[in-house]
Design a protein around this ligand. Structure first.
Ligand code: HEM
Length: 428
C-alpha cells in the first residue's frame, strides 16, 4: 500500500454512498492543533458528540465522543498503541530510544513492564504514604493561612505531588527545586511532540530531558546494591519470573512516571478547586460533609479532569455507531466528551459532589483511561487530591477567585498556570 493515501481514507465515492464512512472533517474542533478552548472545551465536545459522534478527521484519525463508543474502544475491541508495522501513530521511522515507556507499548512488552512497575503502586504501598501527604499538605497550608491570599497552584497543587514524588524516589530535599523544574519542562515536551512550542521551548525541553537522564543515572548508580525501600530501589530490584528491567527500560519508566503523574495531578487539584469555588453550594456541602471527599474527587475527575483524550490503534476492524473503522486505524477516545454524555450521566453538565456516593450507581468516568492501560497512578492521584482538597476545604473558607478566567499552562494537558485566591480561615 502506498504511504501517500492512508488506507482508512476512502479513495472512491462509493465508500461514502454505502453509509460506512462518514464525511472527513474537523467539525469545529481541530484538536491536534491545540485549537481547543481550554477554559471550556466541553461545548466544542458536545457539538461534536451531537453532530459527528464517530468522526473521521482529515488527517485520517478517527475520534469517538459518546460514552458507549469510548467504553467499547477502551474495554471491548482488539486495540493497542502501535500499528501493525510496529510504529506509533505519527512516527515515520523506528526510534529504539523512544517509546519504551509502558504507555507506548503493546503486549508482551507492555504486560511485562506494567507488572514490574506495578509492585510500587499497589493500593497498600500507596496507602502507606497517607501520613506524609497529610503532613506535606498541612505544612503548605500553615505557610499561607495567615496571609488570607494564595496561589492555589504554586502554594498547594504543585508542591504536593512534587514533594511526594521526590520523596518516593529518594531525591534529596536540596535537589527538589531543580528536579521539579526539569520535570515541568520535560512534560512540556509532550506539547512540542504534538507540533507546539517555539525554539526556546524546544531548547528548554531538551536541556530538561538531558538533565533528568543524568540525574537519574546518578541516583540509580547510588542505589544499586543498597537495601533501600524507595520507589527507584523497588524498580531496580523488581523481578518477575526471572525478568528485570533493563537500564533503558528503568530510565524510561522512571521519567515516564514523572511525566505521567506530575502535571496531571496539579491539573486535577487545581481544576477541582476552581470548580468547587465556582459552585458555592457544592463546596459548602463538602465542608459540612467531609466524608463526601471521595465522591467529590471522582466528580472533579469527571467534570473537569486534566486529560481530555487518549489514543488507541485498532488491531481488527470494529464497528462504532454504524461505521466500520478499519484495522490499523488511529482512534482518539475523547474521554472528556464521554464524561458528559447524557446517555450515561443524569444532568451531565451539573457539578454534583454527591454523584459518586456508593449507593448512587453513577457510571464510572474515563479520566484515567480504561482497559489494559488504565492509569497505574490512579490510587496515588486520588490519595493526593483527596487530602489536598479535603484539607484546604476544611481549614479555609470564603474563597474568591481573583481571575474570572483561568490562566492555562503550556502543558499538553489541561493544567492551570496559576489560580490566585483570597480566603479566610475557618473557625477551629
Ligand atoms: C489526576 C492525575 C492523573 C490522571 C488524570 C491520569 C490519567 C491517565 C490516563 C488518561 C492514562 C492513559 C490511560 C489509557 O489510555 O487507557 C494514564 C496512564 C498512566 N498513568 Fe496516569 N494519570 C494521573 C496521575 C498519574 C500518577 C500520579 C502516576 C504515577 C506516578 C501515573 C502513572 C501512569 C502510568 C504509568 C500510565 C501508563 C499505564 C499503562 O500504560 O499501562 N498517572 N494516566
Amino acid at each position: 500500500m502506498s504511504d501517500a493515501v492512508p488506507r482508512h481514507i476512502p479513495t472512491d465515492e462509493s465508500a461514502n454512498a454505502d453509509g460506512h464512512t462518514p464525511e472527513p472533517g474537523w467539525y469545529g474542533l481541530e484538536f491536534n492543533d491545540r485549537n481547543v478552548q481550554l477554559e471550556d472545551p466541553y461545548s466544542q465536545f458536545r457539538e461534536l458528540r451531537e453532530s459527528q459522534p464517530v468522526n473521521l478527521t482529515p488527517d485520517g484519525a478517527w475520534r469517538l465522543s459518546r460514552y458507549a463508543d469510548v467504553h467499547k474502544l477502551l474495554r471491548n475491541v482488539p486495540c493497542g498503541m502501535r500499528r501493525h508495522n510496529g510504529l506509533l501513530p505519527g512516527q515515520e521511522v523506528e526510534d529504539p530510544g523512544a517509546g519504551v515507556f509502558m504507555l507506548l507499548q503493546d503486549p508482551p512488552n507492555h504486560t511485562r513492564l506494567r507488572k514490574l512497575v506495578s509492585k510500587a503502586f499497589t493500593p497498600r504501598a500507596i496507602e502507606g504514604w497517607r501520613p506524609r501527604v497529610e503532613a506535606i499538605t498541612h505544612t503548605l497550608l500553615d505557610r499561607v493561612a495567615r496571609a488570607g491570599t494564595m496561589d492555589l497552584v504554586a502554594d498547594l497543587a504543585l508542591p504536593v505531588p512534587a514533594t511526594l514524588i521526590c520523596e518516593m524516589l529518594g531525591v534529596p530535599a536540596e535537589d527538589q527545586g531543580k528536579f521539579t523544574q526539569w520535570t515541568t519542562d520535560a512534560t512540556h515536551g509532550l506539547a512540542v511532540v504534538r507540533g507546539g512550542g517555539d525554539d526556546e521551548t524546544r531548547q528548554r525541553v531538551e536541556t530538561a530531558a538531558v538533565s533528568l537522564l543524568g540525574y537519574f543515572n546518578e541516583l540509580i548508580a547510588e542505589r544499586r546494591g543498597k537495601d533501600s525501600d524507595d520507589l527507584l530501589s523497588t524498580l531496580i530490584t523488581a523481578e518477575e519470573e526471572g525478568e528485570k528491567l533493563s537500564e533503558v527500560e528503568l530510565l524510561s519508566q522512571s521519567i515516564g512516571l514523572l511525566i505521567a503523574g506530575f502535571e496531571t495531578t496539579i491539573g486535577l487539584i487545581g481544576n477541582g478547586l476552581t470548580t468547587l469555588i465556582r459552585n458555592r453550594d457544592e463546596i459548602q456541602k463538602l465542608r459540612s460533609h467531609p466524608e463526601l471527599i471521595e465522591s467529590a474527587v471522582e466528580e472533579c475527575l469527571r467534570y473537569s479532569g486534566p486529560i481530555l483524550a487518549t489514543v488507541r490503534v485498532l488491531h481488527a476492524d470494529a464497528e462504532f455507531g454504524g461505521y466500520v473503522i478499519p484495522d490499523d486505524s488511529e482512534v482518539v477516545a475523547l474521554v472528556a466528551a464521554a464524561n458528559r454524555d447524557p446517555e450515561a450521566f443524569d444532568d451531565p453538565e451539573r457539578f454534583d459532589v454527591r454523584r459518586y456516593e456508593k449507593d448512587k450507581g453513577a457510571s464510572p468516568h474515563f479520566s484515567f483511561g480504561g482497559g489494559t492501560h488504565f492509569c497505574l497512578g490512579a490510587h496515588l492521584a486520588r490519595l493526593e487530591t483527596q487530602i489536598a482538597i479535603g484539607s484546604i476545604v476544611s481549614r479555609f473558607d470564603n474563597f474568591e477567585l481573583l481571575d474570572d478566567e483561568t490562566e492555562w499552562g503550556r502543558s499538553l494537558f489541561r493544567v492551570p498556570a496559576r489560580i490566585p485566591v483570597t480566603f479566610s480561615e475557618s473557625p477551629a
